[in-house]
Every structure is written in structure tokens, then in C-alpha cells.
Ligand binder design. Structure first.
Ligand code: FAD
Length: 492
């Protein structure tokens, strides 16, 4: 392994390392598919994205675009502008943003983030996430395909702060997508427009404190019809809003008395009919966060840290009364909504983890070239080289799988991509954990500190690893007809 790594490093790595500034994300150039595409924006449609032109889906449904070089010229330009913005405006202010997060003011929005959001809007780098299939008229977003957005998403993943700056952070992007797909015109006017404009934030309350919520059919929180309203009761936790690149419950819920003026909406999941078939019991409903009956029991921590990457909350909903019109799509359709939204979310999360991993590797390479231990630079120790080689290979493999899943979603739909979507959840967080862990090791104690984004990346990757994907992949694989027909085993 060490020999292989040395070979790799001497042939490729040293050249690359020397050209690599500490903060620069490597641009990738492999095979690329490119083709001329004509932008189409329907006349008279209000656009909430500041992107002038992006590729339409049909033309983008050619071959798999495995590197940014294969993007159509307008999307490539968008990619380059995004990369430049992140490198020039976001990386340099990360230490300042980190200081804000550690300060007494950390529960209020950072003025620096707000300033960068205005700049991002002005540069046409806003609301890039809505897939074309969800928003075919490009009324709300940039009209990118899943594969196109995947490449941009990786760039955002290289900084813990970038997604929020471009209004592409969880859970808001999920809330916006749900509202675009399933919201009524009234729900869109009240919630979607301010979310798209970045004026408010949202949180998502699915996970029940007392039941295994990786199986969402277990969720016991209730949504009951009463006197023309819905009354909500439930004990939730990990109800979150992503703030400044970390997953946390906004001050709106976990800091009683200190309200974040931006967090206004909670998407709540609970049972409307416990007697209905298993996947028709759950519903999703929109809850203004200032509705009486919502109490924060305690803030939660991730790896002992409140923030970052924590600040999540345990929340009780007691007799929370909301108008019947707040139900999304209709009673019993919660799973349908969750399924519809699953694919793009998987791609976003996975590509952000690929971005985390690329940044971790870039930082690691710079670090090992500048530190000396036991008589030679760290980079000359064979185990470090082996780690670098392993990380490069791991990232490349994982990225290709994610792009394949995104491509399948674009050309054949989310259902056809079900196996790949389960596989990327199984593969990418574990890969990211290993790549980030190797970088942390190479940094020594500094890797665990908040001076670098590695610890934040590590916490996020661990969070995304929770789930039961291994089982899903195995079940789907066993259902498939075998590609190779094995002869019957003797005695079978
Ligand atoms: C930082 C962070 C942010 C979060 N944000 C939100 C949020 O915004 N909104 C929200 O509602 N929730 C949120 N969550 C909660 C998260 O969605 C749940 O923790 C997750 O769905 C798992 O549910 P659980 O904790 O109840 O684990 P359980 O359901 O108790 O499962 C525990 C573990 O069992 C294993 N498991 C499950 N099924 C199988 C199987 N079939 N085979 C083998 N093993 C299996 C898995 O490894 C699983 O992780 C967040 C969590 C964290 C840590």
C-alpha cells in the first residue's frame, strides 16, 4: 500500500500538492461531456433565482457529466462564479464566522453572513437548488438538473458556511421544495416566497423522542381534527435549523425568550389516522413557530458541543392548534411527501459530504508539507502518503456513485434511482468520516480544534450516517435477478 502511495504521490501528488493553495478546492478534469444548450426562460414568469440562464433538462439528459468541465457553458460559468465566490469571499472570513459562533451573540444571525447573502444574490448565486423536474418553468429556482446542481453543491460543501450564504441549506431547501411541489397557492405566498427571499428560516420536526424514528412509520406524534382545526401533540427532538453551516435548532425553539427573527415555520410530522394502512397514517403540517403550546425542553448537543455543530432541541408540542388548511397535500400523505423529496436531498447531502472530504484532503496535503516530525516532513512518511492516496481513491469512487444516482434521477426518475440512492447513503458518509479522520490525524491536536473546519465536517458526516440503508441495499440486491447465472450448487 505504501509503495503504491509513493508511486501515486511521485507521479501525481507532489506536482498537484505544490500547485495547491491551502484553501483552494482542486478543480477536476477528467472525461467531460459538453454540448451547446440554449437557455429557455418562459416569458412573464417571476423568477426567485438571480441566475439568468441555465440548461434546460431535455438537453442536459445526455451522458453522465462526471466533472465540471462537462457542464454546459452557462452552468459552467455559474460553477466558476460560485467557486470564485467561495474561495475569495467565504474561506477568508471563516475564522471570523467561527468567532461569531463561539461568542455570546452566536444565537443571532451573523451580520457577515447577511452581507455575503446580499452579495451572493447580486452575483446571481441564489436558490440554485430546486431541481428542474420540480420547477420546470424555473419560476422559483435556477432550473438545474440534479447532476448539474450536484457539481455546484460539492463546491458549497467545501465550507461549513457556504450553503446558507447561497440560500441552499438544510432544512430550508427541503421545506422550499416541499412547498413548491405540494403547497397550495396560499401556502406558497405565506411561506415559500419569504423562504426563497431568505427573509425567514424553517425547521423540521419529524423525529420522536420515544420511538425509533429511522423507521418513520413508528412516529407517534398526533395530528387530530377538532372543531375545524388540527390539534398537534408530540414529543420531538433533533428539531433543527441549519445555521451558519452547522445543524442546529434555531434560537426560535431551543433558546426560550430569545427569538431568532428569521425562523418562522416548522414542518411537523405526525399521525392523522393510526388505523389507516401503515404508510397512510402520517401527515405533514405547517406550523407557525409562535403558535401557543410549543415548549423547548432542552437544547441538545452533538459530541458534547452545543454549537457547533449542535444547538438542536427537544421540543414538546402540547395541544398546538393550527388551521386545517395548513396540512400539506392532504391527510395521510406524509410518506408520499417524504419520498418525493428524498432523492434531491440525498444528492445534496452526499455532494456536500464530497465537498467536505475534498476540503479535508486539501487541508491535509498543505499541512503535511509544512510540518516536520522525526527528521523529515510529514509528507515523506509512507503511512501519510498511503492515507492521502486512500482518501483520493475513496472520494473519486464515492463521487462517481453519487453522480450516477443523480444522472439516473434526471433521465429515468427517482424511482429508477432507488438502489443508487440507498447505496450513496450507505457509502458517502462512511467515506467522508474516514477521509476527514485521516486529515484530523495528520493535523494532530489542531485537527480536533475549531481552528479548522475538520471537526465540524466530522460531526456532520456522522449525523448523515444514521439510518438503515444497509438493509435497504441488501433487500433490493436480493430482489434483483442475478446478472450471472450460477450453476446450481451440488446437492441443492
Ligand atoms: C445533528 C442532527 C440533526 C438532525 N436533524 C433533524 C431534523 O432536522 N429533524 C428531525 O426530525 N430529525 C433530525 N435528526 C434526527 C435524525 O433524523 C434521527 O436521529 C435518525 O432518523 C435516526 O432516528 P433515531 O435517532 O430515532 O434512531 P433509531 O431509529 O433508534 O435507530 C438507531 C440506529 O439503528 C440502526 N437501524 C435502524 N434500522 C435498522 C435496520 N433495519 N437494520 C440495521 N440497523 C438499523 C441505525 O444505525 C440507526 O441509526 C437529527 C439528528 C442529528 C444527530
Amino acid at each position: 500500500m505504501a509503495e503504491l502511495a509513493w508511486d501515486f504521490a511521485t507521479k501525481e501528488g507532489f506536482r498537484v500538492f505544490k500547485e495547491m493553495p491551502a484553501t483552494r478546492t482542486p478543480t477536476r478534469s477528467y472525461h467531460a461531456r459538453a454540448g451547446p444548450r440554449s437557455p429557455r426562460t418562459p416569458a412573464g414568469v417571476r423568477s426567485h433565482s438571480t441566475v439568468a440562464a441555465a440548461s434546460p433538462s431535455q438537453e442536459a439528459k445526455g451522458g453522465l457529466i462526471i466533472s465540471p468541465e462537462g457542464l454546459s457553458p452557462p452552468v459552467r460559468k455559474l460553477y466558476d462564479r460560485l467557486l470564485q465566490f467561495v474561495e475569495q469571499k467565504v474561506y477568508p472570513v471563516e475564522p471570523e464566522l467561527q468567532r461569531h459562533q463561539a461568542s455570546a451573540d452566536r444565537w443571532s444571525p451573523s451580520p457577515l453572513i447577511e452581507d455575503l447573502q446580499e452579495k451572493a444574490k447580486a452575483e446571481g448565486l441564489w436558490n440554485l437548488f430546486l431541481p428542474l423536474e420540480t420547477d420546470p418553468e424555473k419560476k422559483y429556482g435556477a432550473g438545474l438538473t440534479n447532476v448539474e446542481y450536484a457539481h455546484l453543491c460539492e463546491v458549497m460543501g467545501t465550507s461549513p458556511y457556504a450553503s446558507e450564504i447561497f440560500n441552499c441549506s438544510v432544512p430550508d431547501l427541503g421545506t422550499m421544495e416541499i412547498l413548491v411541489r405540494y403547497g397550495t397557492e396560499e401556502q406558497k405566498a405565506r411561506w415559500l416566497v419569504p423562504l426563497l427571499e431568505g427573509r425567514i428560516r424553517s425547521c423540521f420536526a419529524m423525529t420522536d423522542r420515544k420511538v425509533a424514528s429511522s423507521d418513520a412509520s413508528n412516529i407517534e406524534a398526533s395530528i387530530q381534527e377538532e372543531d375545524g382545526s388540527y390539534v398537534l401533540n408530540g414529543h420531538k427532538w433533533w428539531t433543527s435549523v441549519e445555521q451558519q453551516g452547522t445543524v442546529c435548532l434555531g434560537p426560535c425553539l431551543c433558546r426560550p425568550g430569545i427569538l431568532d427573527p428569521r425562523c418562522k415555520l416548522c414542518v411537523f410530522m405526525g399521525k392523522t389516522d393510526p388505523q389507516a394502512p401503515r404508510h397512510q397514517q402520517q401527515s405533514m403540517i405547517l406550523v407557525p413557530v409562535d403558535t401557543p403550546g410549543i415548549t423547548v425542553i432542552r437544547p441538545l448537543s452533538v459530541f458534547g458541543l452545543e454549537d457547533p455543530p449542535g444547538g438542536l432541541g427537544e421540543v414538546r408540542f402540547k395541544d398546538v392548534r393550527v388551521p386545517k388548511d395548513n396540512i400539506l397535500l392532504g391527510p395521510g400523505r406524509g410518506f408520499e411527501i417524504a419520498q418525493g423529496r428524498l432523492g434531491p436531498a440525498r444528492i445534496h447531502n452526499s455532494m456536500k459530504l464530497i465537498g467536505n472530504s475534498e476540503r479535508a484532503l486539501a487541508l491535509m496535503k498543505t499541512r503535511v508539507m509544512s510540518r516536520t516530525a522525526f527528521g523529515k516532513p510529514l509528507v515523506e512518511h509512507s503511512t501519510i502518503l498511503a492515507d492521502i492516496a486512500r482518501s483520493r481513491v475513496d472520494i473519486e469512487q464515492a463521487r462517481l456513485l453519487v453522480l450516477k444516482a443523480a444522472h439516473l434521477m434526471d433521465v429515468a426518475g427517482n424511482k429508477a434511482a432507488a438502489l443508487e440512492m440507498a447505496m450513496i447513503k450507505m457509502v458517502v458518509p462512511s467515506m467522508a468520516i474516514q477521509v476527514i479522520d485521516r486529515a484530523i490525524q495528520a493535523f494532530g491536536a489542531a485537527g480536533l480544534s475549531s481552528d479548522y473546519p475538520l471537526a465540524q465536517f466530522f460531526g456532520w458526516a456522522q449525523t448523515l450516517r444514521l439510518g438503515d440503508e444497509q438493509m435497504k441495499v441488501a433487500k433490493m440486491e436480493l430482489k434483483h435477478r442475478p446478472r450471472l447465472q450460477e450453476p446450481a450448487a451440488p446437492g441443492a
